[in-house]
Design a protein around this ligand. Structure first.
Ligand code: GH3
Ligand code: MG
Ligand code: MG
Ligand code: MG
Ligand code: MG
Length: 300
């Protein structure tokens, strides 16, 4: 991740934190990496943060949820309204997942327990900032983005999954993953040719990734295979979301030929002592079962 940013301008962080001690520590952590330049602007209240967004541009906001003028998760909603383009990473002081779930439902991209700051804060911030910089400058296609579809690539899936596994191991934060595979794609390629095949891959990526929570992480996992990592999502919610992906693909008419395409999906929830490999294997087995039972369906 770092090599993608070395040639880029500094990453501008708006740190919204009222406790001087916390702010100092976070800033120190942010500035620790020698390869990356980070500039930090601090706001000690929500209203100061809103003002800062209006006069300056930021790549990411780091938000403490215990602010004097906004004690809870409404701060996320307010910032979303005033600066809809800037990713929000919530800093949670407590270790309970409820806060993180609420923050994500309110529109935060991510959450970070403060005890975690040392290990992963910088990487997390960079991921969001890079995604934002890429949106602003398409010429900078980066190591984490798939150039055909604009969603994450395999590498970004791997790093997202590693992170969620470690959050699960340390804090029991639940998550689900789904794998998707286009049905009978060889036939489509044979009949219509590769460039139409590519257009179909693009429209499937669009159909599956264009709804859902901001924290859901979509990737092109392989040629005509996709994945989504759904943090803080129990299996019921994830089932609905994955089923919606299957349905939306079927409804979308890919290419100017109005081709109709279906996908199959395998979904699973993280379980005790899972590794990245074991959870992917389980989702893959469910996907295989979806194919076996006739395709165009989700198996959990
Ligand atoms: P199934 O329903 O069992 O998934 O059948 P399938 O034909 O889709 O089988 P499979 O998923 O194994 O095959 C994927 C094929 O997709 C293989 C390859 O020819 C094609 N493919 C993979 N990547 C690309 C790509 O980037 N562009 C195009 N046009 N085709 C690709
Ligand atoms: Mg605080
Ligand atoms: Mg506070
Ligand atoms: Mg395949
Ligand atoms: Mg296929």
């Amino acid at each position: 991740m770092t090599e993608a940013t070395t040639s880029q301008s500094p990453i501008r962080v708006l740190l919204i934190e009222d406790r001087a001690q916390d702010a100092e520590f976070i800033e120190m952590m942010l500035k620790r990496s020698p390869e990356i330049t980070v500039t930090v602007q601090q706001a000690t209240t929500l209203s100061k943060a809103v003002d800062a967004c209006h006069v300056m541009s930021f790549d990411v906001m780091l938000l403490d949820l215990g602010l004097p003028d906004s004690p809870g998760v409404e701060a996320v909603t307010t910032l979303r309204t005033h600066a809809p383009e800037i990713p929000i990473v919530v800093l949670t002081g407590d270790d309970r997942d409820q806060t993180a779930i609420q923050a994500i439902n309110a529109g935060a991209q991510d959450y970070l327990p403060k005890q975690h700051v040392v290990g992963s804060l910088l990487a997390r911030i960079l991921k969001h900032s890079i995604a934002r910089q890429l949106r602003l400058n398409r010429a900078n296609l980066d190591a984490l983005i798939d150039s055909l579809t604009g969603i994450g690539n395999r590498r970004s899936f791997d790093s997202e999954l590693d992170r969620r596994i470690s959050d699960f191991t340390r804090h029991r934060f639940p998550f689900c993953i789904a794998l998707f595979d286009i049905d009978n794609f060889k036939g489509i390629n044979d009949q219509w040719g590769h460039s139409i095949g590519d257009a179909i891959i693009k429209s499937v990526a669009e159909a599956i990734s264009s709804r859902g929570r901001k924290s859901d992480h979509f990737s092109r996992y392989g040629g005509e295979e996709f994945s989504v990592v759904m943090p803080m999502t129990p299996i019921d919610g994830a089932t609905l979301a994955a089923r919606r992906c299957v349905a939306r693909t079927k409804l979308a008419k890919a290419t100017e030929h109005h081709l109709s395409v279906t996908i199959s999906a395998g979904l699973t929830q993280v379980a005790k002592s899972d590794t990245a490999e074991s959870i992917v294997e389980r989702a893959d087995a469910a996907l295989y079962e979806a194919k076996r039972r006739g395709r165009d369906r989700l198996i959990v």
